[in-house]
Design a binder for this molecule. Structure first.
Ligand code: GDP
Length: 674
């Protein structure tokens, strides 16, 4: 017997991935669907004598031909004949999910409906009449919770049984005004021996150009529906009417119509048209206040938890430096060994590591927001704002992820429908200040803004958002004219963040930092130390002098940065070199400054030299340039891969440099006025 093939189909966020992982465990592997950058996941389910290959189709809302996901899903079913479609339906969004179900039913393929998130139903004391729905739909229905792995066995048993039956397609459009046209076209298709004639007949009537039909058939269709204005709207309307009349009553809610759940009540305030954005801003400010605030809740002399942790880390690194120095003196090490170890490595890598506690704290707070369900609200609130500027709300998830790291965010744009929206979003992602830029803000804010360092850091994040909005508007009205996609997004219930998730998130971040500090940053620090201590003739020169390789190069390109204010001093080439190493990894900005300015003395000494070499205005301008210009090497290579066009990738790079230059210039000029 050949192995059964089950295709998982369902809306985005219906829990498809969770179910897929649950079914396939470690056998899952990810590839690409031909020709597009959409993941194709496959794996094997094995339990007792049941064995099946599971194919996870892309998440879709319908079977129209408007997005690559939809085309992939329907082509797979039509051309590759899976043995069963497992249609996963999120019961908490029953109507919208069943809209897809009504279309899948029109295919001549066995099907089982998995009602997912049934744990949520129980929590709300709601009830779904499974047997009633099963009768109404005409296919087996199973209640499951993919998250708690309930009902999975039953689902697979029903799927195996369904595979043995030759199911005939059915449609909710029968017994409607479209009955006749559908039947006539279906008959013709049957005569031609077409597969899935009902599905194809309906698609032809909808005017779907992707479905093959000869001229006669198209002509017949035009005659049959000559008196219908907007056929797509009519069909959608008929489907929804059928769902609300014949399927919705099987879901019995404990709340009376109009009554609100606790989450909905909270959302009345949090996503309120006027309060939403101020609340978002206050929450973000609070995070930065707790992490970078010198005076917690404005109480003089009471440091915030972040500042307290940071000074502890600094002390530790200073001690390591002192210890190493003593050791080197005692062993009579050569001067350059001392310089490389203490000035180079401990200074550079140490400067980055001393900010790790604050980074952990910010990620901890962001994870709390994410896990509690607030981040989804933030996306919803921002979508409303962005729509006014003509931007798509779907971009917001990848953008939001940009606060963590640009690389996965650039990959996440794959969920967007149009190539234009994808490209536009990719350009905007690096403006969302990623975690690696935080040490730069932390260093400058602590060195120059003392009492107001939390505001300075918070301001940088807001500046990134503002530049993204302005750039979005500019690009949307010039190079990316008229692209629009609807945004559908559900708000999950609020819940208490789970400690395990939080720890996992924070650990992931921390691990990334430690690995980076031990690899890229260590190597670039040594490299910078070499370039800062030798001249082009490879002779050792006075540490960090203008005669060094770095000094010579930096001294030339610094003129590009003169209007931005941070290169006025004699050693103005130093910040320029820091910016350049930032293109490798943003953490390297701080480590380079550590090597170049303080000669390895992290902590207070570094802060003092920064304070004496920058003014408030030039510090802000420097931070802004690092925030807005080209992100790190990893993000740029992800960009080149995902843009699928070197022209657009280079355009993005040029756009980042230009926007960073203009914004920093404005920041410097504006800040100089005060
Ligand atoms: P996909 O977009 O369809 O692949 O959906 P995911 O598998 O990523 O799930 C979306 C969200 O729903 C995640 O936060 C899951 O943890 C959650 N989820 C999935 N299945 C269940 C379930 O059975 N019950 C509950 N409460 N949440 C679930």
């Amino acid at each position: 017997m050949s192995t059964l093939r089950f295709a998982l189909a369902g809306n985005p966020n219906s829990g498809k991935t969770t179910l897929f992982n649950e079914l396939t465990k470690s056998t899952a592997h990810v590839g690409n669907w031909p020709g597009v950058t959409i993941d194709r996941r496959e794996g094997t389910f094995k339990d007792g004598n049941i064995e099946a290959e599971i194919i996870d189709l892309p998440g879709i809302y319908s079977l129209s031909p408007y997005t690559p996901e939809e085309v992939i899903a329907r082509n797979y079913i039509v051309e590759e004949n899976p043995d069963v479609i497992i249609n996963i339906v999120d019961v908490t969004n029953l109507e919208r999910n069943l809209y897809l179900t009504t279309q899948l039913l029109e295919m001549d393929c066995p099907m089982v409906v998995a009602l997912n998130m049934c744990d949520q139903l129980e929590k709300h004391n709601d009830f779904i009449d499974r047997i009633g729905l099963e009768k109404a739909l005409g296919v087996p229905v199973v209640r499951i919770s993919a998250l708690q792995s309930h009902g999975i066995d039953k689902l697979m048993k029903k799927a195996v049984l369904a595979a043995a039956v030759n199911r005939k397609s059915s449609s909710v459009l029968r017994n409607t005004v479209l009955e006749k046209p559908i039947e006539e076209i279906e008959m013709r298709l049957l005569e031609q021996g077409a597969k899935h004639p009902l599905h194809k007949a309906i698609k032809i009537i909808e005017g779907d150009a992707h479905v093959q039909a000869d001229d006669n058939l198209r002509k017949l269709k035009d005659d049959l529906i000559a008196d219908v204005d907007d056929i797509e709207a009519l069909i959608a309307d008929l489907r929804y009417k059928h769902i609300t009349k014949h399927y919705s009553p099987f879901l019995r809610k404990s709340l009376k119509p109009g009554e609100l759940t606790t989450s909905e009540k909270v959302d009345k305030i949090i996503t309120n048209k006027y309060l939403g954005i101020p609340i978002f801003v206050v929450i973000m400010y609070l995070i930065f206040h707790l992490t970078f605030g010198e005076n917690l809740f404005f109480i003089e002399g009471l440091p915030s938890p972040g500042v307290l942790l940071q000074s502890g880390a600094e002390l530790l690194i200073e001690n390591i430096g002192d210890l190493t120095t003593d050791f080197l003196i005692a062993t009579g090490a050569s001067e350059w060994t001392y310089s490389l170890l203490v000035n180079g490595i401990i200074g550079g890598v140490g400067a980055v590591l001393s900010f790790v506690p604050q980074i952990i704290l910010v990620f901890f707070f962001l994870s709390v927001l994410e896990d509690s369900g607030y981040i989804a609200r933030a996306a919803f609130i921002m979508d409303r704002l962005l729509k006014r500027f003509g931007l798509s709300g779907r971009s917001f998830m990848p953008l939001l992820m940009g606060f963590g790291c640009s690389v996965p965010s650039i990959l996440a744009t794959r969920t967007l429908d149009s190539e234009r929206d994808r490209r536009l979003t990719m350009i905007l992602i690096p403006y969302m200040s990623c975690g690696a830029k935080m040490p730069i803000y932390a260093l400058f804010a602590t060195a120059l803004f003392k009492q107001h360092s939390d505001i300075a850091v918070f301001g940088m994040y807001m500046l990134g958002i503002a530049v993204a909005v302005v750039s979005g508007v500019i690009l949307k009205n010039t190079v990316f004219k008229d692209s629009k996609t609807p945004f559908i997004m559900e708000l999950p219930d609020y819940h208490r963040p789970r400690a395990r998730n939080l720890l996992l998130h924070v650990w992931e971040k921390l691990k990334g930092y430690i690995i980076k500090a031990g690899t890229i940053i260590l190597v670039s620090t040594v490299f910078i130390w070499l370039l800062a201590n030798f001249n082009f003739k490879l002779q050792m020169v006075e540490q960090n002098s203008i005669d060094s390789i770095l000094g010579t190069i930096g001294n030339v390109i610094k003129h590009f940065f003169t209007p931005l204010g941070f290169v006025g001093k004699a050693d103005g080439w130093k910040p320029v070199m820091a910016i350049l190493t930032g293109f490798i990894a943003k953490e390297a900005v701080v480590s380079t400054l550590g090597v170049l300015y303080a000669g390895g003395a992290a902590g207070d000494a570094l802060l003092q030299t920064i304070a004496s070499n920058f003014t408030s205005a030039s510090a802000l301008s420097f931070m802004a340039f690092n925030l807005l210009s080209v992100p790190c090497m990893a993000a740029v290579s992800a960009l080149f891969a995902e843009m699928k066009s070197a022209k657009w990738a280079w355009f993005s790079v040029a756009f980042w440099v230009a926007s960073a230059w203009v914004a920093s210039f404005l920041v410097y000029t504006f800040a100089g006025l005060f």
